[in-house]
Design a protein. Structure first.
Length: 139
């Protein structure tokens, strides 16, 4: 992997998410929006903005890590659909959204962005959600 010591998490991602785990290539983080079980994977590659900025071997690792995040959300929440996207319109640092979607969620069937303001987790719910995610990762 081409990770280096000068990698830093974008301040907006740091503000909007909470750490869950350090994967081989990526930081796995929880979006602070209780409306949706929503993970963010951020490859620790300095300057990476696009998937094409990654070496083929790093793209393969990222794909496996997206699969890990997807399977964790499926196991814990049994969603109707998973949304997986690397947009980067607001935050240029490469990051991948993995969002559990439900036919009865606040945004269905539209994208989660712009439908409603984020609903931050309460401190207790945040600890519970992160612990559940970590336990599912270890399973």
């Amino acid at each position: 992997m081409n990770t280096q010591g000068d990698w830093q998490l974008d301040p907006r991602l740091a503000e909007d998410t909470h750490p869950v785990a350090h994967l081989g290539l990526s930081e796995l983080r929880l979006m602070d929006d209780a409306h949706h079980p929503w993970l963010i994977l951020v490859p620790r590659i300095p300057g990476a903005r696009e998937l094409t900025d990654l070496r083929a071997s790093d793209r393969a690792v990222l794909t496996r890590e997206i699969n890990v995040g997807s399977r964790v959300l499926q196991a814990l929440f049994k969603p109707d659909k998973l949304n997986v996207a690397a947009l980067g319109n607001m935050v240029e640092q490469l990051h991948v959204h993995v969002i559990a979607r439900f036919r009865n969620d606040i945004a269905w069937p539209r994208p989660v962005w712009g439908t409603a303001s984020a609903s931050p987790y309460s401190p207790e719910a945040l600890v519970q959600r992160i612990n559940a995610l970590r336990d599912a990762l270890d399973a």
